[in-house]
Design a protein around this ligand. Structure first.
Ligand SMILES: Nc1ncnc2c1ncn2[C@@H]1O[C@H](COP(=O)(O)OP(=O)(O)OP(=O)(O)O)[C@@H](O)[C@H]1O
Ligand SMILES: C[C@@](O)(CCO)CC(=O)[O-]
Ligand SMILES: [Mg+2]
Length: 317
């Protein structure tokens, strides 16, 4: 049996704008998805967190329209695209494939902006390639993963899949990936961030991204977000960094992807922390708060008062 794991991610700045070629800064965090792949008489996909199980011939996976498979779409698309890649680049014979049972379990809350789809995708890619005895390097894994999110969502950037593949702290621009090093990395490592789970998202990332595409002022908003990301790269002061987070959130609000609950928790982060913003596609899900250690107890009390679940996010390298 093959077992592989992938982390989650948070976007510090630039979500949605990054789909249109602006920069984003994202970080892999220590929540994980585990994928096991084992020999089986028939091919079975077992999504334990979703309590869903599908028996499907491999031949059908190779020819499917992923969007006909609901919650299975990312995993099935990841299997399909990985097998096609292994066939074209690693001499895998698609006519003679062993059946398998693939099982996914994850610590990542689904549809909360923490990259659960990308983590499911990347762990599936790594699990399937390992099961068929092919080694894929990170660049190959990230490329296949980005293709999966684009195919399933219609529009996507490389942010989520790249962050979960390469881990650490990344800057993404036009789907080019750059590891953040030096002063910015040391500064962000010195920061304490809380991830606050605010509310269940009613829409998938794909729906939110497609709604933003119709926003009449998106280009002006993205330009402003792009300026904020540029400033964040040379900001090593928590007060100023927090203000940039607040500004990014306000622009995401203008874009229409925030909610009253997300805004409420961001306000708490602005009062009791250095700053806060929604993270991921929005429409619900999570807020990230930059903690002001001098007011941390007040922050925690306020979050508890409002029944907001939170956890400290730790970067994964
Ligand atoms: N543990 C899992 N097992 C199987 N599929 C999963 C799992 N987690 C997520 N998915 C797939 O990803 C979909 C959610 O993806 P979506 O992009 O909407 O949310 P997200 O990735 O958590 O948030 P964001 O993209 O904003 O970071 C689920 O509907 C399901 O298809
Ligand atoms: C909303 C978005 O920018 C991030 C989702 O986590 C979409 C993407 O980059 O693919
Ligand atoms: Mg996603």
């Amino acid at each position: 049996m093959v077992l592989v794991e992938s982390p989650a991610k948070v976007i510090l700045f630039g979500e949605h704008a990054v789909v249109y070629g602006y920069r984003a800064i994202s970080m892999a965090i220590d929540l994980k998805t585990t994928c096991t792949v084992e020999e089986s008489d028939t091919t079975i996909i077992n999504l334990k967190d979703l309590k869903k199980r599908l028996e499907i011939p491999i031949e059908e996976i190779l020819n499917l329209d992923v969007n006909e498979y609901g919650d299975f779409k990312y995993v099935l698309c990841a299997i399909k695209n990985t097998l096609l890649y292994l066939s074209s680049h690693k001499n895998l014979d698609l006519r003679d494939l062993r059946s398998f049972k693939l099982t996914l379990t994850s610590q990542i809350p689904i549809s909360c902006g923490l990259g659960s789809s990308a983590s499911a995708t990347i762990s599936t890619i790594r699990g399937i390639s390992k099961f068929y005895g092919s080694y894929l390097n990170d660049d190959e894994v990230a490329k296949i993963g980005f293709g999966v999110e684009k195919e399933v969502q219609g529009k996507a950037s490389a942010t989520d899949t790249a962050t979960i593949t390469y881990k650490g702290l990344l800057e993404i621009e036009r789907n080019n990936i750059k590891r953040i090093k030096g002063e910015l990395k040391e500064f962000i490592k010195s920061c304490k961030f809380l991830i606050c789970y605010c509310e269940e998202r009613k829409k998938k990332t794909s729906e939110l991204v497609n709604e933003v595409a119709k926003h009449k002022n998106k280009d002006e908003i993205f330009r402003k977000i792009g300026n904020i990301v540029e400033k964040s790269k040379i900001t090593f002061n928590k007060n100023e960094f927090g203000k940039l987070m607040n500004m990014n959130h306000n622009l995401l609000k203008e874009l229409g992807v925030s909610t009253l609950k997300l805004d409420e928790v961001v306000e708490i982060g602005k009062i009791y922390g250095y700053g806060a913003k929604l993270t991921g596609a929005g429409g619900g899900g999570c807020v990230i708060i930059l903690v002001d250690e001098g007011k941390e107890d007040d922050l925690i009390n306020e979050l508890k008062e409002r029944d907001v679940e939170y956890f400290e996010c730790r970067m994964v390298y």
